[in-house]
Design a protein around this ligand. Structure first.
Ligand code: ZN
Length: 134
């Protein structure tokens, strides 16, 4: 059973990201003008100001950096767990902060290939990443 999470309230800007996983899709903003992906969602392109649409990324990426949390910050969220910044394959610098799950926390390393999955929590479908086993 997944630990409870403290999740952001949904709004018109962040809803596609937090709910796309119900259909198995990692939904990010993509600029219609310059074709740049961006995350976190901002409602407009932060590079050129263009209109954004929502598109499903592949969910493939690599661990850009990660840390193992050993301290119990919340009594219902037992450590250890991995907090990672994952760089997605779509674009250099396109990064998502998420837990890496289904892995020995001590084994998660920079550069590891990972694949997005989702943990359903009510209306939210929380993106998480799992190691890709070659
Ligand atoms: Zn743009």
């Amino acid at each position: 059973m997944a630990p409870p999470r403290i999740l952001p309230p949904l709004d018109d800007v962040n809803r596609p990201f937090w709910t796309g996983g119900h259909e198995g899709r990692l939904v990010l903003e993509r600029c219609e003008a310059c074709a740049r992906w961006q995350h976190p969602p901002a409602g407009r392109c932060t590079a050129c100001g263009g209109e954004v649409t929502h598109a499903a990324a592949s969910g493939r990426g690599t661990v850009f950096t990660a840390t193992v949390n050993e301290h119990a910050f919340h009594p219902e969220v037992p450590p250890p767990y991995v907090i990672a910044i994952v760089e997605l394959d779509e674009q250099a610098g396109l990064r998502v902060v998420a837990n890496v799950v289904d892995a020995d926390p001590a084994s998660v390393a920079i550069g590891d290939p990972v694949q997005a999955g989702f943990e359903i929590d009510g209306e939210h479908a929380v993106p998480v990443f799992r190691p890709v086993v070659p």
